[in-house]
Design a protein around this ligand. Structure first.
Ligand code: GSH
Length: 81
């Protein structure tokens, strides 16, 4: 399943969340959200998997990306919308 690492204070994360809603994606079915607040275990995972401590961060199998626009484009492509 697509994993989205997001942080509450991050406006780029809100943008990705809005896109998931607009695309009709369902959390728990189409994607999962991992809290990546500063200092959290999730943020450490982001750094370990991608090399940077930045959110939003998407993991889908071998695909990993940080840019919110890239993430939204990827979600659109994966969901055929
Ligand atoms: N260009 C990126 C910006 C992402 C960004 O600046 N994220 C901030 C939180 S809102 C962050 O993680 N900053 C920590 C860092 O850059 O190390 C995007 O569009 O997603």
């Amino acid at each position: 399943m697509i994993e989205l690492y997001l942080s509450p204070e991050c406006p780029f994360c809100r943008k990705v969340e809005r896109a998931t809603a607009e695309l009709g994606l369902i959390e728990g079915t189409d994607f999962s959200v991992i809290d990546a607040s500063p200092g959290s275990v999730g943020r450490m995972t982001v750094k370990n998997l991608g090399g940077r401590s930045m959110v939003p961060f998407l993991v889908d199998g071998d695909s990993r990306m940080y840019e919110s626009d890239d993430i939204i484009a990827y979600l659109k492509e994966r969901t055929g919308t």
